[in-house]
Design a binder for this molecule. Structure first.
Ligand code: COA
Length: 373
């Protein structure tokens, strides 16, 4: 089988940042208006009063301080509470393709690869802005890549699962150079009126080049030593948004069509699955966790990541072992671990090992062991 490397990565950061304080001010204004408007019904016990959110809670419970968004207009307006993203005509480049291409160009440059050398593009993310034609095929056309292209959705594990697909394609000879792109535009799916989740997501795009080791040119390359995927069905992280929504007009704008979760349950149920999954992979590969120079983990919650790090490596672990980007970017669905990888791999020397690992809705876990070439 062909040996496979990740030879370049790229990161596109959207133009607008939103702080916890800004979000909380807007949310609390909405709450005050709601409670005032429903004063009588609340007093009669017919409507629940809403409670304020707090920036301190958000940072303590999640580690998130801010997030980037493509469009800020509307998000902080208590009468709107969603990004007002203008529709584009069908013959214009879509927003997801635009930001995906920006990240992809960086990944190609680092890999020292031209667009026409790519023979497979996989766009992998939590949401695509349309079903077809695939965003990946739009990017193929816009960048001039060859071969074929497709989109795939596995929520927060989309990026790692797509890298596994890319590795399989290269190993089997279906493709020799693959561009994996994660254009995560999550802000439209945030329920900014929901205290439990109004702070969770941000927008971003990441990309990596996956190619046959024998043709790789880049000094930034990492051998893929092992890649594994795991899924186990759960309703605890869910969005019912989809093409059937319009067929039930009464329910089509209900809040279940946006991201919602049982955060505590996710914590309790997903963490043991992550430990077991990694334990199995490490014992199969005969690698000890302390051999990893770095863990590039999914970026949903800092406390969750600390549990994973402590379980794998014990208590005395420096911050640089598992870098945090969610403080600045928030949860960016599948892109989080790729942002961490992109920003924190330059100090790797030949033979150093790292673990790229995502976990989230599905449930889904994707883990890839990398070795610097
Ligand atoms: N501001 C202030 N207080 C809030 C609040 C907010 N925005 N949201 C919730 N609270 C309150 C709750 O009402 C609760 O109060 P109580 O103890 O009086 O009942 C308290 O804070 C704790 O709420 P809880 O929901 O248990 O918080 P948590 O510590 O579990 O943190 C999450 C919430 C969402 C940050 C956390 O559960 C999480 O990130 N889980 C992992 C989820 C995950 O990884 N999902 C993947 C998504 S892709």
């Amino acid at each position: 089988m062909n040996k496979v490397v990740i030879s370049g990565s790229g990161l596109y950061t959207p133009p607008h940042s939103v702080s916890n304080e800004e979000l909380v001010e807007s949310y609390n204004t909405y709450v005050n208006e709601h409670n005032q408007l429903n004063e009588t019904a609340i007093a009669a016990g017919d409507v629940d009063a809403l409670a304020h959110s707090s920036a301190e809670f958000i940072e303590k419970a999640s580690g998130i301080k801010s997030r980037y968004v493509m469009v800020k207009e509307g998000i902080l307006d208590p009468k709107v509470m969603m990004p007002l993203i203008k529709d584009r005509p069908s013959d214009a480049l879509s927003m997801q393709a635009e930001i995906g291409i920006a990240a992809a160009k960086q990944a190609l440059a680092q890999a020292k690869v031209n667009a026409e050398d790519i023979d497979l593009v996989i766009v992998a993310c939590a949401y695509t802005q349309r079903s077809y034609p695939a965003i990946a095929i739009e990017i193929q056309q816009a960048m001039g890549t060859k071969g074929f292209a497709y989109d795939m959705l596995v929520a927060c594990s989309s990026a790692t699962f797509a890298i596994v697909n890319a590795v399989n394609a290269v190993q089997s000879g279906t493709a020799s150079r693959v561009l994996v792109i994660n254009p995560e535009i999550c802000s439209p799916q945030v329920n900014y009126r929901d205290r439990d989740s109004h702070f969770i997501f941000g927008d971003v795009a990441t990309a990596v080049v996956v190619e046959k080791a024998s043709i790789a040119q880049s000094e930034h390359a990492f051998n893929v030593l092992s890649s594994q995927c795991f899924t186990d069905y759960s309703n605890n992280i869910r969005s019912n948004f989809g093409h059937l929504n319009r067929c039930d007009p009464v329910a089509s704008n209900d809040s279940d069509k946006l991201f919602h979760q049982q955060g505590r349950k996710v914590f309790k149920e997903l963490l043991p699955m992550i430990y077991q999954h990694l334990d199995k992979q490490l014992s199969e590969e005969q690698i000890q966790a302390n051999e990893f120079k770095r863990l590039w983990l999914h970026q949903a919650n800092i406390n969750m990541n600390m549990f994973v790090v402590r379980k794998l490596l014990g208590d005395n672990v420096t911050k640089s072992k598992a870098p945090v980007v969610l403080d600045e970017y928030a949860n960016t669905a599948s892109a989080g671990s790729i942002i961490a990888f992109h920003k924190y791999n330059q100090d790797f020397k030949t033979g150093d090992l790292g673990l790229l690992c995502s976990f989230g809705a599905g449930y889904s876990i994707g883990s890839i062991i990398l070795e610097k070439t």
